[in-house]
Design a protein around this ligand. Structure first.
Ligand code: ADP
Length: 352
């Protein structure tokens, strides 16, 4: 049984002498049984751990119990040829006629460690790239503001200095330039805000119900004038979240739910959440114009809009911000919708 076990097994007695070693362990360490049985257990460990181990081994037999060494402990073993490798060990006491012995089950975790290192490296690279992207967006939009301001100022000067000459077609052209600049500065500011989003984020225990109440009170004017019926299906939970950003996300979603209402239909909006295994799933459901499923990914991209600005005003940044915020929390956001049949926006926040 010991020989056919998948793990390397080494049995040692109370004095710390190896009394049995199975085939897997022989292969793992590069010893034959007769070379090693009777030797001190420390032969299988790097020099630096030996002295400490021999003391611990004696103590183990004072109150022997099953012990699993956490992988965070960074245990190493050493082969006959002197090479080291990382291991995970589980110790089990076994009572025999000759007294208690310790059965060590050893797993070589070199491969796992290697994958962990690769994943860690990739995560760092990804974070770095993300940071660079954010910095680029921030710097680009910041620097774009300056020339925009100059153009605006000069346009104003032209209008002030040449009131007589500006008429007819010229006046129309200047008005077009003015509104294009206006739009551009809104876009630049949106980009800047997007780049800034979450820069000073603070994780805290957040009462989502309270946040929602604040959002509703901020949108009170809009709710009243559109006669919207907002129904909170269940009391939102307290959770670890970035409160300011969560508020912004709820505000965007509720604002959109009201904004994209059908003409002549009273907006009825449900807000609630369900608790899943290891995350919360929130939803904002409306009875508005709905969205064609072909666009359900596109709407979360920056500056993407499906409607004319004359029908519904906006700049196409709200949902891009929501996506960034949900991902900042380690969650996701998506929409379930059909044209003319309302939309449900759902986002998740894992228990952090
Ligand atoms: P904005 O609201 O400024 O247009 P968003 O990024 O918030 O920008 O939304 C992007 C687009 O997604 C909107 O222009 C609209 O076409 C669509 N959309 C968002 N929310 C809804 C909704 N609740 N119902 C229907 N369409 C929506």
């Amino acid at each position: 049984m010991v020989d056919s076990a998948p793990n390397a097994l080494v049995i040692s007695d109370i004095r710390g002498n190896i009394s049995l070693i199975n085939n897997q362990a022989k292969e793992m360490f590069g010893y034959e049984a007769e070379e090693i049985v009777g030797s001190k257990l420390e032969i299988l460990m790097p020099e630096r751990y030996r002295e400490q181990h021999s003391k611990k081994h004696a103590n183990y037999f004072l109150s022997p119990k099953v012990r699993e060494f956490e992988s965070s402990l960074e245990l190493f073993a050493v082969r006959k040829d002197g090479t080291e490798f990382p291991v995970e060990i589980c110790l089990t006491p076994i009572k025999t006629d000759d007294g208690t012995v310790a059965l060590a089950s050893i797993v070589d975790i070199t491969e796992r460690k290697r994958s962990e290192i690769i994943i860690k490296k990739q995560v760092i690279e990804l974070q770095q790239k993300n940071k660079e992207m954010e910095q680029f967006t921030y710097i680009a939009s910041h620097d774009l503001q300056e020339p925009l301001r100059t153009v605006t100022n000069y346009l104003q000067l032209i209008e002030e200095d040449y009131p007589e000459q500006i008429k007819g077609e010229l006046s129309q052209h200047l008005a077009t330039v003015g509104s294009a600049i206006n739009r551009m500065s809104i876009l630049v500011r949106s980009l800047l805000d997007y780049g800034r989003l979450g820069r000073n984020k603070v994780l805290s225990l957040t009462n989502a119900e309270m946040v929602l109440n604040e959002v509703m009170s901020d949108l009170n004017g809009l709710i009243k004038c559109t006669n919207s019926n907002i129904i909170i299906d269940n009391t939102l939970p307290k959770l670890h979240a970035y409160e300011t950003e969560l508020r912004q996300m709820l505000q965007n979603l509720l604002n959109n739910a009201i904004k994209f209402r059908k003409k002549d239909t009273r907006p009825v909006i449900h807000i609630g959440f369900t608790r899943k295994d290891d995350y919360y799933e929130f939803y904002v459901k409306d009875n508005g114009i709905g969205i064609d499923s072909r666009y359900s990914e596109r709407i979360f991209k920056m500056f993407q809009r499906l409607n004319k600005e004359t029908d519904f005003e906006g700049h196409g940044v709200g949902l891009a911000n929501c996506k960034k915020i949900s991902e900042m929390h380690g969650g996701t956001i998506w929409v379930e919708s059909e044209p003319g049949r309302g939309s449900i926006f759902k986002f998740t926040i894992p228990f952090l």
